[in-house]
Design a protein around this ligand. Structure first.
Ligand SMILES: [Zn+2]
Length: 156
């Protein structure tokens, strides 16, 4: 458990979203509505089984937002079929919306991806993705929620 930099000031990303860390009480309030499987992945750093996520074969235009705090994380235009069984993207919605953390669990050195605002575990990023970035953000479907094009709520 990392202690986030607690602050009450807003911190805007280039995309115009507040990415200041959520207060613990707010995070707990949002976490109360998660399903057990969502809690296991988002809060306990679990991984869903491949090819069972509901968003893997979603090819609609829209935005993938954080299941816990609703911060936009990926756009459909950056989604690609990696063949891994998990929804994969070559770039985040805004680089400031995700946090990269070195993960040495399971005997591997990987880079964990967390939501920049609520610190939830989302998945991992690997340097074997397609152009233009060469990155592969390998995400858990349960960590994301899909919002069809035109229905993304504006930042309050
Ligand atoms: Zn979040």
């Amino acid at each position: 458990m990392t202690t986030a930099n607690v602050t009450t000031t807003t911190r805007k990303s280039a995309a115009g979203y507040d990415v200041a860390p959520l207060a613990a009480a707010e995070r707990d309030r949002l976490a109360a509505r998660l399903t057990p499987e969502e809690r296991r992945v988002l809060l306990d750093h679990g991984t869903e089984r491949p090819f069972c996520g509901t968003l893997l074969d979603n090819h609609l235009d829209g935005t993938y937002i954080c299941r816990l705090c609703s911060l936009p994380l990926f756009k459909s235009g950056a989604k690609f079929d990696s063949g891994t069984g998990w929804p994969s993207f070559f770039a985040p919605f805004d680089p400031a919306h995700v946090r990269e953390i070195r993960d040495a669990s399971y005997g591997m050195i990987r880079t964990e991806i967390r939501c920049a605002r609520c610190d939830s575990h989302l998945g991992h990023v690997f340097p074997d993705g397609p152009p233009p970035t060469g990155n592969r953000y390998c995400m858990n479907s349960v960590a994301l929620e899909f919002v069809p094009e035109g229905q993304l709520a504006p930042e309050a």
